[in-house]
Design a protein around this ligand. Structure first.
Ligand code: GTS
Length: 219
């Protein structure tokens, strides 16, 4: 069909940022959901998982694995990766910062309840990460994080803001510039569409999602 094909669980995990970036770029994609151990073993047998891991994204005749490699390829292909090496370096830094914060939330669902530390996630969000993006936007006074135009960094920052707000709705209370950024980027047509019910955006992980991941990878 020519559309990229994403193979992963029917949930966010590492694939959600890829769904966001493709959607922001206005690129339609298909999905195959990993539900059983047999499916996973077949993928391995067929030799399509370079490191026996998912996300897998089939795009432009390639069977891509490794989340960052996939995201970088999509960002470059759809001109969301800055105009030169220095803008790309800034985008990489901002993207890795949001990835670190999102990573804390992704592992939260797989952490035994009594070991979960939501306070630490909110503390990191409000003292280490969000202040950086608030300052960057405030300092240059532009609409977007890098190069005065829409990029991968903007997409991933919005994804991160929404994910942290799901845990703590007041998290942006001290970040007025990020509040305006959130409203602005949410209104970009391709993103507005992705935020509508019925899109391929996935809900927060629930017990069933965690159980499926554990079941599929059970040694
Ligand atoms: N660095 C890889 C890590 C991928 C990874 O660990 N994937 C997990 C699934 S999930 O953590 O994304 O849910 C996996 O396939 N694990 C199986 C295995 O490692 O044997 C990436 O970024 O894509």
């Amino acid at each position: 069909s020519g559309k990229p094909k994403l193979t992963y669980f029917n949930g966010r995990g590492r694939m959600e940022s890829i769904r966001w970036l493709l959607a922001a770029a206005g690129v339609e994609f298909e999905e195959e959901f990993l539900e059983t151990r047999e499916q996973y073993q077949k993928l391995i047998k067929d030799g399509v998982l370079l490191f026996d891991q998912v996300p897998l994204v089939e795009i432009d005749g390639m069977k891509m694995v490794q989340t960052r490699a996939i995201l970088s390829y999509i960002a470059a292909k759809y001109n969301l990766y800055g105009k030169d090496l220095k803008e790309r370096a800034l985008i990489d830094m901002y993207v890795e910062g949001t990835a670190d914060l999102m990573g804390m939330i992704i592992t939260f669902a797989f952490t035994p309840p009594k070991e979960r530390n939501l306070a630490l996630i909110i503390e990191r969000a409000t003292t280490r990460y969000f202040p950086v993006y608030e300052k960057v936007l405030k300092q240059h006074g532009q609409e977007f994080l890098v190069g005065n135009r829409f990029s991968w960094a903007d997409v991933q920052l919005l994804e991160t803001i929404l994910m942290v707000e799901e845990k703590e709705p007041t998290v942006l209370s001290k970040f007025p510039v990020l509040q305006a950024f959130k409203a602005r980027i949410s209104n970009i047509p391709t993103i507005k569409k992705f935020l509508q019910p019925g899109s391929q955006r996935k809900p927060p992980p629930d017990d069933q999602y965690v159980a499926t991941v554990i079941e599929v990878f059970k040694k």
